[in-house]
Design a protein around this ligand. Sequence first.
Ligand SMILES: [Zn+2]
Length: 455
Amino acid sequence: MAKPAIRFVCAECGATHSKWSGRCDGCGAWNTISEEAPLSAGPGKKSLGAARGRTVPLGDLATEDAPPPRMTSGMEELDRVLGDGLVEASAVLVGGDPGIGKSTLLLQAAASFAKAGAKAIYISGEEATSQVRMRARRLDLADAPVQLGAETNLRNILTTLEAEAPEVAILDSIQTLWSDTVDSAPGSVSQVRACCHELTTFAKRSGTSVILVGHVTKEGQIAGPRVVEHMVDTVLYFEGERGHQFRILRAVKNRFGAADEIGVFEMTGAGLAEVANPSALFLSGRDAPAPGAVVFAGIEGTRPVLCEVQALVAPSALANARRTVVGWDSSRLSMILAVLEARCGIPFIGLDVYLNIAGGLRISEPAADLAVAAALLSAREDVALPPDMAIFGEISLSGALRPVGQTENRLKEAAKLGFTKALAPAGSKTGTTAGLSVQQMPDLATVVGDMFGAG
Ligand SMILES: [Zn+2]
């Protein structure tokens, strides 16, 4: 058999290339491609031949299966993101930037699972056990019956887990593990893939739920979590700006629950505190009514979350005016600016536009379109909107406003937080919203005429 050719692999997305290049065609990342020894050649190109396999039992579609058994940790924000608890024999990947607080979160999770009666093992490949113990003391978790180990050799880890048979095993991090069957450095794409494969197989075989920590890297020196996302059952990302105290645990893939759920935490001196009412947190510390600040009534997963959209519009000194976005999609901003210009006659040429979602939240809902447009108009016209008004709605390219899902939940949350006005697309199913007057508008031009004079 021919020796498999050496291949070049992207550490960000795992795409393979036949030759080195500075930029990955798969994900567009720079300087992430490096040479990797090939994985085992696999079964080869020959057909299976005459050797028979076993018959696989088949069933019909109507058979009712019992729901998979779940363990709850008692950390409600974590349990909800997992889909009401951790499923037995599942593999979960928790990704995030280094230093964002993944180890703190998972040590707290391990302690919560242990206190809830599950056998929990925490294996750190990043730190010595004394360092982990120090953190546990700082978080006031030293009395939790978590078993702690420091190891990076996959063979030793699997032997330990087989012998101990815990219900939850946390491995921090997947990039520090190495398998002696793979001939490349820890953190390389082949090592990360091989270790993840072994650990997910172990989870299915033994019934232990395995939680893996994965660092997101921009430099591409080690393989990112995207390389193994397809192997695990659930992928969670732990996000937040270092300067902000809020942290968001976001499900991006979940075979056992909703994939758009978020959990909100606050980083405090004593670790991560759960935030039961995120809207109140994201809206806290709002200043007096200012031009460019608008409250968006959004939905994150199953929960309504209110947050502030801030815009700043200023004359530009550059030939190409600046468009800076934090917490939202920049191509969506370009679309809104184009619609404002083409359908409402409001140009932004020669103006720098800055858009920010306050509190470090990242929004992906199209329902934020109208709030963004209102913030841009408010900033451009220097007119402050009423501070007790919540806004939501999708904008189409024609300038028409489209109703969005869960209108009633958005309005209820706004009313609960003391808002008295709401701006929504015409045709929204508002239901009964006591104490809230809802203005329904058919298109963006009406909004401009009604709230900002003729524009
Ligand atoms: Zn790539």
